[in-house]
Design a binder for this molecule. Sequence first.
Ligand SMILES: O=C[C@H](O)COP(=O)(O)O
Length: 249
Amino acid sequence: MGPRKPWVGGNWKCNGTKASIEALCETLNKAEFNPEQIDVVIAPVSLHIHMVKEKLKAGFKVCTQNVSKTGMGAYTGEIAVDHIKDFGLEWTLIGHSERRQYYGETDEVVADKVDICQKAGLCTAVCIGEMLDERKAGKTTDVVKKQIEAFIPKVTDWSKIMIAYEPVWAIGTGVVATPEQAQETHAAIRKILKEKVSAEVAESTRIAYGGSVSDSNCNTLIGLEDVDGFLVGGASLKPAFLDIIKSAL
Ligand SMILES: O=C[C@H](O)COP(=O)(O)O
C-alpha cells in the first residue's frame, strides 16, 4: 500500500433483498475504522440505497453503481448526478466491466459520465481492465492506457477520481490476479498518469484492485506498493468483507 488514503468498496451488484441487506448492514456495522483514514464505500442496488444509508453506521459511504451521462430530464430509467448529490451521496462507480460488456458502455460513454460527475463535484470510481484474450496477447497496458486516455481530458479535479483496476478475467471467477500481475499493472497505470497528466497526479491518485478479492488474498495484495485498496464484489456480501476492510487499515 502506498502513502495514499486507502479505499475499500463493496459493489453489491444486482444482489440482495430487504431482509438479506438488513442482516448484512448489521454485520458490516461491526467494522471498526476511522473514516478520516480510509474510505469504505458501499454500492447497493439503487432501490436499496435509502435503506442502506439508514442502516449503516456513520463512517460508511454509500455509492451508486452507475450514473446517467445526462442531467435530470426526460431520460426514463436513469439516475442523474443531481439525484445522487441531492441524496447526499459522495460517490458513484463508472464503467464497471459489466456495464461495458452488457450495456454497451464505451470509453466515450465513460468519459461523458466522468465529465458530468466532475462538473457536479461527485467522487468517482472509474473502472478499467483487460479481457483474458487481451492479457494473453500481451495487450494489458495498451488496453488500460486507451481506457484512461479516454477520460483524462474530462478531469479537472483528480482528487475526486479513484481508479479501480479490475482484470475482467478475475471478476467473479475466483481467479485473482497474482501479486506480480496486480503490481505490474497498477504501476503501469501510475506511469500512464505521470506521462499523460503529471507526476503529482500519478503520485496522489488512488488505484484499487478488483477481481476475486477475498479475506484470504487481501493481506498479500494490500502489501503491494501501488495497490491502494479494493473494489470487492462477491466477498462484500459476506462477513469476509470485515477482514478485507481491516487489511487496508
Ligand atoms: O466490482 C467488483 C468487481 O467486479 C469484483 O467482483 P468479485 O469480487 O466478485 O470478483
